[in-house]
Design a protein around this ligand. Structure first.
Ligand code: HXC
Length: 287
C-alpha cells in the first residue's frame, strides 16, 4: 500500500474530483498508476486498463485503498493496438462508473535498440502501442469526453471552482527524448512525436466542443520502467548529480501536474506540453 506523499502533495483540496471518472491506459505502470491514485484520492473513480490481467486487477485494488468508498475497476487483457479492446473497456467503464470525464493515454512500449538492429516488427510494435494506441484510446473515449465537456464547459465567467467541476479532458503521456533525439531510441522518438502531434490536433479540432488536450512529458522519474531501461544502474548516481535540480523526478511530481491539468486551475490550458523533468532535457547530451 502506498502513502499519500507517494503520489500527491498535500496542497490540493479534498473532493476536488468528486463524482468524476478517469479512464487510463497503461494504468498499472508506475507513472500512470500514480496519476490515477492522485485523482482517486481527490474523489474520482477510475478504470485502468492493461494487457496483464493479474497486474491490472491488483493495481486497481491497490489504488482503491487510497480513499474509502473509491471505485476502481481494473480491466486486463486490453491491448491498445486493438481498437475493439478499447471500445469494450470504455463502454464498461461508462456503464459501471457513469461516464468518462478524464482520459490518460499512457500505454507505451520502450527498449533500447539501434536502427540497424531493431527488427521491422519491433519498430512497428512501439509505433503501434504508442501512436495507434493513443489514437484508439482517444477514439474509444471521445463520445464520453464530449458528453462530459458539454456538461462541464467553463465559460470564463463562473466563479472558480465552478460547482460542477471540470470534464472532457485528456492527457497524453509523452516524453522529451524526441526534442533532441536520442541514440537507440529512434522508434520511441518517432512514436512520441506522433503522440504530441495527435494531442495538438485534438486541442484545435475539439476545443470548440469544450475538450482540452495536453501532453505531460515526464523526465527521468525514479523507480520507473523507463529509467530502469534507459539509465544503467552503475551510472545512476552520476546521473542524479548531473541533474539541474540535483535529483530525479518523483511520481508525485507527475501526480501533481495531472491534478493541475484536470482541475479548474487548468481551464485555459490546452494544446500544451507540460514538461515535468527538472530541465533535464535542456542539458547537453540528455535525452
Ligand atoms: C529489441 C525487442 C526487444 C528489445 C522486444 N523486441 N523487446 N527488440 N530489443 N529489448 C521485439 C521482439 O523481438 C519483436 O520483434 C517485437 O519487439 C515485438 O515483441 P513481442 O515480444 O511480440 O511483444 P509485444 O507485445 O509486441 O511488445 C513488446 C514491447 C513491449 C514493445 C517490447 O512489451 C514493451 O515495450 N514493454 C515495455 C513497457 C515499458 O517499459 N513501458 C514504459 C515505457 S517508458 P520480432 O521481430 O522478433 O517479431 C517511456 C518513457 C520513455 O515510454 C522516456 C523515459 C525518460
Amino acid at each position: 500500500m502506498s502513502s499519500k506523499s507517494d503520489f500527491i502533495s498535500d496542497i490540493w483540496k479534498d473532493g476536488l474530483f468528486d463524482n468524476k471518472v478517469v479512464f487510463c491506459t497503461g494504468g498499472a505502470g508506475t507513472i500512470c498508476s500514480a496519476q490515477v491514485r492522485a485523482l482517486v484520492y481527490l474523489g474520482a473513480n477510475a478504470c485502468i486498463v492493461g494487457r496483464n490481467v493479474e497486474k491490472t486487477e491488483r493495481v486497481a485494488k491497490e489504488i482503491a485503498t487510497v480513499r474509502p468508498g473509491a471505485k476502481v475497476i481494473g480491466i486486463g487483457a486490453v491491448d491498445v493496438r486493438k481498437y475493439d479492446n478499447l471500445e469494450a473497456a470504455a463502454q464498461r467503464c461508462a456503464k459501471e462508473l457513469g461516464g468518462i470525464d478524464y482520459v490518460i493515454a499512457g500505454a507505451a512500449g520502450n527498449f533500447l535498440a539501434s536502427i540497424e538492429q531493431i527488427s521491422v516488427n519491433a519498430f512497428k510494435s512501439v509505433i503501434d502501442i504508442d501512436v495507434l494506441g493513443s489514437y484508439h484510446t482517444l477514439k474509444a473515449t471521445l463520445p464520453y469526453l464530449l458528453k462530459s465537456a458539454e456538461k462541464h464547459r467553463y465559460d470564463g465567467k463562473t466563479h472558480i471552482p465552478s460547482p460542477l467541476g471540470t470534464g472532457g479532458r485528456i492527457i497524453f503521456v509523452s516524453a522529451t527524448l524526441h526534442y533532441r533525439a536520442m541514440p537507440f531510441q529512434a522508434h520511441v522518438s518517432v512514436a512520441k512525436a506522433g503522440i504530441d502531434a495527435l494531442s495538438d490536433s485534438v486541442a484545435l479540432e475539439y476545443g470548440p466542443r469544450g475538450i482540452t488536450s495536453n501532453i505531460i512529458a515526464p523526465g527521468p522519474i525514479e523507480s520507473t520502467e523507463g529509467v530502469d531501461r534507459l539509465i544503467p544502474s552503475h551510472l545512476k548516481e552520476a546521473n542524479i548529480q548531473a541533474q539541474p535540480l540535483g535529483r530525479l523526478g518523483h511520481v508525485r511530481d507527475i501526480g501533481d501536474a495531472t491534478v493541475y491539468v484536470f482541475s479548474d486551475a487548468g481551464n485555459y490550458l490546452t494544446g500544451q506540453t507540460l514538461v515535468v523533468d527538472g530541465a533535464h532535457w535542456r542539458m547537453s547530451g540528455a535525452g
